[in-house]
Design a protein around this ligand. Structure first.
Ligand SMILES: *Cc1c(COP(=O)(O)O)cnc(C)c1O
Length: 386
């Protein structure tokens, strides 16, 4: 069977795939159906936090598979409770609601913002201010939150109650808050799909202050930037802020689907029985795997992420074909002289898998990528950019 032809015939035509069929791998090295080796600098878009087929994660998942693979949310399970405890300890939040993806985590986070405002200000206070170039997901509500019109067209009408303003312009944010009956503000501290851009430090601080003054719920979307990716446990920690709602997904499950909506501050106890629900949310196999990932994202690992990041910023910063390096930790954007798409395609032939974000080359390697493998990839990337 020709896999690529069969896929093209039977799978909805929504993805522009590279002509590579991945079969297996280990850590940051993956192999295609012809046995060709690639260094994985994309981690399945920041998902396989400890690389492919990580042993400890596999053990956790298979152990749980042999016990109970699903229970429904009518009963308690150990992995759910243990993971929620660890998520709260590591984030400083109070409660967790489990979903199955980033978009779903955001849907539930948006419900938290709306419910707080409805209780404290009235149900006409439902507008959430988001940022231009943001990305919050593909459901009709998270698309409305996403400040990029290219994703909206032909899917309107989207959920009402979202307004986006330019990033790093606090006056624009204040004006938008005043102009609407505003419930809250939703940001990615490091915009991912929008071009791997960390928000300005003072801007994020000013947003937190504005939320305090105006009694707004602050939602940080850490779907991509969370769980150690930025060199901090969550990227808002770089800014020293305390959001009320934090959503996360991608890297949390180590490769299995999970989303989490973390609630604290104003929103810590916002939900009661019946407000939210999910059949698959908190699946014990997925949670057992996530627990084995989150346990290992400690100070030592974050230090390594920062060191690898410093190395990449240094070598890419000196490279002739690279105009600018952006991002934080192991979430890196390269503004290249040649078109990013061309570079990513050429690197596939050289055996390196990279991503793009807008007009940039985007790198999201596994958090534990060995230094020698990272160097090998960096050198190939630099050579290709010239
Ligand atoms: C990927 C992403 C999402 C959407 O996550 P899905 O799991 O694809 O629904 C939401 N927000 C951010 C910041 C993302 O990077």
């Amino acid at each position: 069977m020709n896999i690529i032809e069969t896929d093209k015939q039977y799978i909805a035509n929504t993805y522009k795939r590279f002509p590579v069929c991945l079969v297996n791998g280990h850590g940051s090295e993956v192999y295609d159906e012809n046995g060709k080796r690639y260094i994985d600098m994309g981690s399945g878009i920041g998902v396989t936090a400890f690389g492919i087929a990580d042993e400890k994660w596999q053990q956790a998942v298979t152990d749980q598979l042999g016990k109970i693979q699903h229970s429904s949310n009518l009963y308690y399970t150990e992995p759910d409770a243990m993971l929620a405890k660890l998520l709260c300890e590591k984030s400083g939040m109070d409660k967790v609601f489990y979903a199955n993806s980033g978009a779903e985590a955001n849907e539930n986070g948006i419900k938290a913002v709306r419910k707080y405002a409805a209780e404290h200000k009235g149900s006409d206070y439902y507008t959430i201010i988001t940022l231009e170039n943001s990305f919050h997901g593909r459901t009709l509500t998270t698309l409305a939150a996403t400040g990029q019109e290219v994703f909206h067209k032909q899917f309107t009408p989207l959920t009402p109650g979202f307004v986006s303003v330019p990033a790093n312009d606090i006056e624009a944010m204040k004006n938008a808050v005043k102009a609407h009956k505003t419930a809250g503000i939703m940001i990615e501290c490091i915009q991912g799909e929008g071009g791997v851009k960390a928000l300005d430090y003072d801007y994020v601080k000013a947003i937190e202050k504005l939320c305090e003054e105006e009694d707004l719920v602050l939602l940080c979307d850490e779907v991509q930037s969370g769980n150690g990716r930025s060199g901090y446990m969550y990227s808002y920690m770089h800014y020293g802020i305390h959001p009320d709602v934090v959503t996360t997904a991608k890297g949390l499950g180590g490769g299995l689907p999970i989303g989490a909506c973390l609630l604290g501050g104003k929103a810590g106890n916002i939900f009661s029985y019946g407000d939210l629900g999910s059949t698959f949310g908190g699946n014990p196999v997925v949670c057992a795997g996530a627990l084995s990932i989150l346990e290992r994202i400690d100070e030592g690992l974050l230090k390594e992420v920062k060191e690898k990041s410093d190395y990449l910023f240094e070598v890419f910063g000196k490279a002739k074909g690279i105009k600018k390096v952006s991002g934080m930790g192991l979430m890196i954007g390269l503004e290249t002289k040649k078109p990013a798409g061309e570079i990513v395609n050429a690197l596939i032939a050289k055996g390196v898998l990279c991503l793009t974000a807008k007009d940039k080359v985007r790198l999201l390697p596994a958090l534990n990528i060995p230094m020698d493998v990272l160097k090998e990839a960096a050198e190939l990337i630099i050579a290709e950019c010239e």
